[in-house]
Design a protein around this ligand. Structure first.
Ligand code: FES
Ligand code: FE2
Length: 421
């Protein structure tokens, strides 16, 4: 597992691509449009990597569950907490004739009752009762529990693995990235605001839109261009980029001279918290101080830092900003469609002002995200035209190059150990 670093304050032209040990050749477009590549990605990447499925705060008590679709529509799963406090994951399918036992959503089920013929399971997956059991033929109840899925938890993040016996454990999969992010306080992680969209674009087209900063002055001209670029850094070049095996972090520039016109009272409300002075009041001042002091947050200690983009291979992005953290996930549906989900974590608002502040903040973020998402179908159509076979990638797009580099490695690697080498 390799670690490459090049930490420095913003200093004009950057060479992160080279310092991360990556090549500089054009990057192929075929993986963004090929049905054959999509199939290899499914079996070699999504069915072998550990995948982020949620956070422990979503299931604090015995019987609490969430449902997830790991490859949407293909692998519905249940994550729950047992009587013994253990987090478990199951395929969402009944041992009788296969019905999904829980509908999509979240809730509490100390007993899971299949809606079809009412087979009943305990929270640990064991069969509790089978209606009219004597009419079955020597059914072995002990062997009829819900099918288990491999699950592990790291720093509150619940990961699942679709291999029956994962080739590598979660710690080995995360490698040095786990050490780097260990101890980050995920402030107010129990209350996400969730946005989800099905898009006409390959999942990587969507993920790429959130990895790089080069697009900001063009696509986000009317919204956040002034926040992430300046006369000194017109093209929003990065502050820092580091890779950790298949995972990575980039740090984004923030314009230190950026200020909100006090006449824009609603924007002022959205962006300034009386409690913490930060973008969104995700916690108390003490909590936010601890978060912002962690070594993995603003790793170069830059005065012109805006946020860090942490990518856990293959499809999860955890962003650290001055107001806390948020998570994007990009799930493949077909070679040219995907599901995008973002979760923003905010505390329970205690005052009307806080509530309005959160609503305003999310409304502004949606405006920005829609600028990104409006562009992905346009990009996919261009890629699908077949007019080009390669894309040109510059230094601020180093994350896209690293992502493709790793995917190409994983689809060819005969084992996960080799993919991680
Ligand atoms: S399919 Fe679940 S009880 Fe029949
Ligand atoms: Fe964007």
């Amino acid at each position: 597992m390799n670690v490459n670093t090049m930490a420095k304050p913003f200093a004009g032209v950057t060479t992160f691509t080279q310092s991360c040990g990556l090549g500089t050749a054009p990057v192929p477009l075929e993986p963004y449009r090929s049905a054959a590549f999509f199939e290899r990605e499914r079996t070699q990447v999504f069915e072998r990597a550990w995948l982020v499925a949620g956070r422990v705060e979503e299931i604090p008590n015995y019987g609490d569950y969430i449902t997830v679709n790991l490859l949407p529509g293909n692998v519905p799963a249940i994550i729950n907490r047992g009587k013994d406090g253990t987090v478990r994951a199951f395929y969402n399918t009944c041992s009788h004739r296969g019905s999904q036992v829980l509908d999509a959503g979240a809730g509490n089920a100390k007993r899971i009752v299949c809606p079809y013929h009412a087979w009943t399971y305990a929270a640990d997956g064991d069969v509790v009762s089978i209606p009219d059991e004597p009419s079955f033929f020597n059914v072995d109840k002990k062997a009829c529990g819900l099918s288990r899925m491999s699950v592990d938890v790291w720093e509150g993040w619940i990961f699942v693995n679709l291999q029956k016996q994962p080739e590598v454990g979660l710690q080995e999969f995360l490698g040095t990235f786990a050490d780097r992010l260990a101890g980050v306080p995920y402030v107010a992680a129990d209350r996400p605001i969730v946005l989800q969209a099905d898009l006409d674009a390959n999942w990587k087209v969507v993920q790429d839109a959130f990895i790089e900063s080069y697009h900001i002055p063009a696509i986000h001209k009317k919204t956040i261009a002034e926040t992430f670029s300046s006369d000194e850094n017109k093209f929003a070049r990065l502050l820092d980029a580091r890779v950790f095996g298949p995972h990575r972090t980039v740090s984004m520039y923030g314009n230190p001279a950026m200020s909100i016109d006090p006449a824009h009272k609603v924007t002022m409300l959205a962006y300034a918290s009386g409690d913490t002075g930060s973008l969104i009041s995700a916690g108390t001042s003490a909590q936010m101080d601890a978060f912002l002091r962690h070594d993995a947050v603003n790793p170069t200690g830059s005065d012109c830092w805006s946020m860090d983009v942490n990518n856990i291979f293959p499809n999860t992005q955890i962003d650290f900003g001055p107001g806390g953290f948020w998570v994007h996930q990009f799930w493949p549906l077909t070679e040219n469609t995907s599901r995008y989900e973002v979760k923003f974590y905010v505390p329970e608002p205690l005052t009307a002002r806080q509530r309005l502040q959160q609503e305003m903040y999310v409304a502004r973020v949606i405006e920005v995200v829609l600028e990104d998402l409006a562009n992905v179908a346009r990009t996919q159509r261009g890629i699908d035209s077949g007019g080009n076979d390669f894309m040109q990638i510059q230094d601020s797009e180093v994350g896209i190059r690293h992502s493709m580099d790793q995917l190409l490695k994983w689809v060819d690697a005969p084992s996960v150990t080799e993919a991680l080498r």
